[in-house]
Design a protein around this ligand. Structure first.
Ligand SMILES: [Zn+2]
Length: 154
């Protein structure tokens, strides 16, 4: 087995630590709540990309997206959409960046949807990943076919 990079080691360590979002959900840690629903809460990220950057978090602890019950996924995105509407109304946001890091780059091992208010020309460049092209259309088609064949049942 290949050696773990430091990012993977950090993830392995994170998932054994007390969950900071459980503390927020249970009121042991103060957070600036934006949304409180039966199954979810939303609160301001303490280090926002832009003001109003909100994290929408299931009340129950799920470390990864794979653990989240399917019926909660729609609820999660719907809550994010409501937060985005509030950001538009309050901050004059013109759009939204929705993001969910799953395991890699996931800073807290409790599933959370980032809802980041955007404006045209806001200069956000942190998500411009290096891009490349497939070596050929055939290679792309073959990969797409492999992915289709591997899709889990809905
Ligand atoms: Zn948690």
């Amino acid at each position: 087995m290949a050696a773990r990079c430091r990012h993977e080691s950090r993830w392995r360590q994170h998932i054994t630590e007390p969950c900071v979002f459980d503390n927020v959900v249970q009121g042991r840690t103060q957070a600036h709540m934006v949304l409180e629903e039966e199954a979810l809460v939303g609160f301001l990220d303490y280090r926002p990309v832009f003001d109003g950057h909100t994290l929408v978090v299931p009340r129950n602890h799920y470390a990864t997206l794979a653990e989240v019950p399917k019926e909660l996924l729609g609820t999660l995105l719907a809550a994010g959409r409501r937060v985005a509407a509030a950001q538009q109304a309050v901050l004059g946001a013109q759009g939204t960046f929705f993001a969910l890091n799953d395991v890699v780059s996931q800073s807290v091992p409790h599933v959370h949807l980032h809802v980041v208010p955007r404006r045209f020309g806001d200069g956000l460049r942190g998500f411009l990943w290096p891009r490349h092209r497939y070596p050929s259309e055939e290679a792309a088609a073959a990969l797409a076919a492999s992915l289709r064949a591997a899709l889990p049942l809905a």
